[in-house]
Design a protein. Structure first.
Length: 313
C-alpha cells in the first residue's frame, strides 16, 4: 500500500507539472519505475497505459479552459501517434542512450532561448497571427512521438519548446495542444507495446495508481496554465527544459559527472538562475500591468475631460 500511495503521488505531481508546463509526466514516472528495477520497455508501457487516461482528462480540462488549438492537435498528434507506434515496436535501449546526449544538446539550446526570450523580453506577439504549417508540425510530431515511446517520455520536452520557440502560438495554447495531442501518442504507443510485449512486466495496479494521481491533478493543471501570465509561464517552461537536459548531459558518458559533487553544483547553479528568472518575470509582469492600468486610467480621464458637443436645433 505505501508503494501504491507513492505511485499515486508521483502521478499527481507529474501530471500537475506536465499539465501546467507541457512536459515531465513520462520522464518523472519512468524514472521512478526504472529506479525500482522495472525493465525499460515495461516501464515505458506502464507509463503510456496510464497516460491514456491522464491525457484524456487533461485534454478535456484544457479544452474547457480554452487552452487548445485543434488544428495543431491534429497536425502534430497524428504523426506523433505514428512515430510512437514505431518507437514502441522497435524499442532499443542502446540506441536511445546513444542518442540522448545529442538530443539533450538540441533541447538545451531551445530551452536557453526560451528562458532568455520570455524572461527578458516577454511574449513575442509579432508572429502570433501566423499559422503553424504542416511541414513543420508533421516532422516534429513524428520525431517527438518516436522519442516518447523509446525513452518513456519525450513528447512534451521535444514538442513544447519547438512550438514555443516558433512564437506563433501563445504559451497556454502550446501546452494545452501538446497535452491534448498526447492522448493519441499514448494510445498508439500502448498498442505497439501490447502487440510486441503483451502484458509481460506490466503491473495493472501500478498503472491504476499512476492513473488515479494523474486524473486528480489534470483539471488543476489546466486551470493553472489558464491563469499564469505568458511571460512567467515561458520562464518556468524554459527553466524546466534547461535543468532536465543539463542533467542528462552531465550524467552522460561524455561528461561523466554522474553522482559527483560537480553534478550537484552545476544543477544547483542552474536552479538558482531559474528561480531568479521567474522572480524577474514576475516583477516585469507587474510593471507591465501597472503601465497598462495607468494608460487605461489616462484614457478614461481624457474621455471624461473632453467637451461635450452642444445639441443641434
Amino acid at each position: 500500500m505505501p508503494a501504491l500511495i507513492l505511485l499515486a503521488l508521483v502521478g499527481f505531481a507529474a501530471q500537475l507539472v506536465d499539465g501546467s508546463l507541457g512536459m515531465a509526466y513520462g520522464v518523472t514516472s519512468s524514472t521512478l519505475l526504472l529506479a525500482i528495477g522495472t525493465n525499460p520497455a515495461a516501464a515505458s508501457a506502464t507509463v503510456h497505459l496510464s497516460e491514456i487516461g491522464t491525457t484524456l482528462v487533461s485534454g478535456i480540462s484544457h479544452w474547457r479552459f480554452g487552452n487548445v488549438d485543434w488544428k495543431v492537435v491534429l497536425r502534430v498528434g497524428v504523426p506523433g501517434a505514428i512515430g510512437s507506434f514505431l518507437g514502441a515496436t522497435v524499442l532499443s535501449r542502446l540506441a536511445t542512450d546513444a542518442a540522448a546526449p545529442l538530443m539533450s544538446t538540441v533541447l538545451l539550446a531551445l530551452g536557453v532561448y526560451i528562458l532568455v526570450r520570455f524572461t527578458l523580453f516577454g511574449l513575442r506577439k509579432d508572429r502570433l497571427h501566423l499559422p503553424l504549417r504542416k511541414r513543420f508540425l508533421a516532422p516534429l510530431g513524428l520525431v517527438a512521438g518516436f522519442v516518447d515511446a523509446t525513452g518513456g517520455g519525450g513528447w512534451g520536452p521535444v514538442g513544447t519548446p519547438a512550438l514555443l520557440a516558433s512564437g506563433r502560438l501563445e504559451p497556454r495554447k502550446v501546452i494545452g495542444s501538446i497535452d491534448t495531442s498526447e492522448f493519441l501518442v499514448a494510445l498508439a504507443a500502448s498498442l505497439g507495446f501490447l502487440l510486441t510485449l503483451g502484458s509481460q512486466g506490466i503491473d495493472v495496479v501500478w498503472v491504476a495508481a499512476l492513473l488515479i494521481g494523474g486524473i486528480a491533478a489534470a483539471p488543476l493543471a489546466a486551470w493553472l496554465v489558464r491563469h499564469l501570465p505568458p511571460r512567467i509561464l515561458g520562464s518556468a517552461v524554459g527553466g524546466v527544459i534547461v535543468l532536465t537536459n543539463t542533467r542528462t548531459l552531465v550524467r552522460s558518458d561524455a561528461v561523466g559527472l554522474k553522482g559527483t559533487p560537480g553534478e550537484g553544483l552545476i544543477l544547483g547553479a542552474i536552479a538558482l538562475v531559474w528561480i531568479a528568472a521567474i522572480v524577474w518575470s514576475v516583477r516585469a509582469y507587474r510593471a507591465e500591468r501597472a503601465l497598462e492600468r495607468e494608460a487605461e486610467e489616462l484614457t478614461v480621464d481624457l474621455h471624461e475631460a473632453a467637451p461635450v458637443a452642444a445639441p443641434t436645433a
